[in-house]
Write a protein that binds this ligand. Structure first.
Ligand code: FAD
Length: 317
């Protein structure tokens, strides 16, 4: 079922969902099932699985020279989605990224998804490769999420890359990412919103946000979206603080601010166990406000660690 249908059927009741990363190559799928099992009691109608581009690593050869090798640390997004859907009878939302992929490879992935009966995708540009200072599209690939979105919309109309009117049309419900505190490359929120509006006008049917710790930023963002004519569901992405190290790593990685009160609460803790408790408490408070605001879904970035999310969901649902 499509994400938009899940939201419609919920008739205003807030749903619970979460995101997982594919396991690091070699870890196996049991690791993932162990991360899902504790969260199934909250009846997620869908689970997201992230996508990770190939990176380049350097291997030293016997002659001392370095050889550049393509390396996928977390492959398997599509297969993992299929395995999760099959095992838990839930919908899955694979993330599809432009980074490192040609249009042809993306078309093949979309055909795989269609054959597997997976009819939701979250389309994203992806970040720059670790070796690059800014995003460089693959040769024959897309530069922006909107271009990838257009490819999916075309396929929904039976327009394949090299065949214009094919009888087998896909029927993907497509989501896109958004940033309540703006995307870090964007000169300002207004410009960023104009590209978001473009994606929605092109056919994106739902939005999932970057994590945030200050609900006022999210409320303001939703207001600006509505004022600019973006009326699709906006799903807040959430992640509790679980370690004091995250006071610096989260702003650096995700380009977001952490509220002073949250930082003070973390700094007042004498050990990491208390930090986790403070982070969970903050998130429970955030979720209660978001529920009162009427968000369609509370969507958690679990990063493979279900316990904090389980604690929060127990307090909320
Ligand atoms: P875009 O929409 O392409 O925007 C990128 C930047 O370009 C923005 O600054 C935007 O304002 C600007 N822009 C957009 N269109 C145009 C245009 N036509 N002309 C000029 N400027 C334009 N990354 C992964 O690698 N894998 C994942 O699984 C993943 N999942 C994510 C899930 C969520 C919910 C979120 C919020 C992010 C996720 N990311 C993931 C990170 C994401 O790929 C990065 O934030 C990336 O830098 C931007 O992706 P985007 O889809 O928002 O890009």
């Amino acid at each position: 079922m499509k994400i938009t249908q899940h939201i419609e059927h919920a008739k205003g009741k807030t749903l619970f969902s979460f995101e997982l990363l594919p396991p690091v190559k070699g870890q196996g799928i049991t690791h993932i099932y162990n991360a899902i099992d504790p969260l199934m009691e909250f009846n997620p109608p869908f689970i997201d699985v992230t996508s990770h581009r190939e990176e380049f690593i350097y291997k030293r050869l016997e002659n001392g020279l370095l050889e550049q090798v393509a390396y996928s640390k977390r492959p398997g997004t599509i297969a993992l989605c299929a395995a999760i859907s099959h095992r838990y009878k839930v919908d899955t939302v694979p993330h599809l990224i432009c980074g490192g992929a040609t249009r042809q490879e993306i078309e093949n992935m979309l055909i795989d998804l269609q054959f597997l009966g997976i009819d939701n995708v979250l389309v994203l540009r992806g970040d720059a490769a670790k070796a690059d200072s800014s995003f460089i599209p693959a040769e024959g690939g897309h530069a922006y999420a909107s271009e990838l979105l257009q490819q999916v919309i075309n396929l929904n109309k039976g327009r394949y890359l090299h065949e214009a009117h094919m009888p087998s049309k896909t029927d993907f419900c497509v989501g896109v990412a958004a940033y309540p505190e703006k995307h870090f490359e964007s000169p300002n929120l207004k410009t960023d919103l104009s590209y978001l509006k473009m994606k929605v006008d092109m056919g994106a049917e739902f939005i999932v946000t970057q994590m945030f710790f200050d609900n006022q930023r999210f409320f303001n963002f939703v207001r600006l979206c509505r004022e600019s004519g973006i009326h699709v569901p906006i799903i807040p992405g959430l992640k509790p603080i679980t370690s004091s190290r995250q006071l610096t790593s989260i702003p650096k990685t995700f380009h977001i601010d952490l509220p002073e009160d949250l930082c003070d609460a973390v700094k007042a803790c004498s050990n990491e166990k208390d930090v986790k408790e403070a982070g969970i408490e903050w998130m429970i408070h955030q979720c209660r406000e978001l529920l009162a605001f009427g968000v369609p879904v509370l969507h958690f970035y679990t990063m493979g660690n279900p316990e904090p999310t389980r604690r929060i969901a127990s307090a909320i649902f």
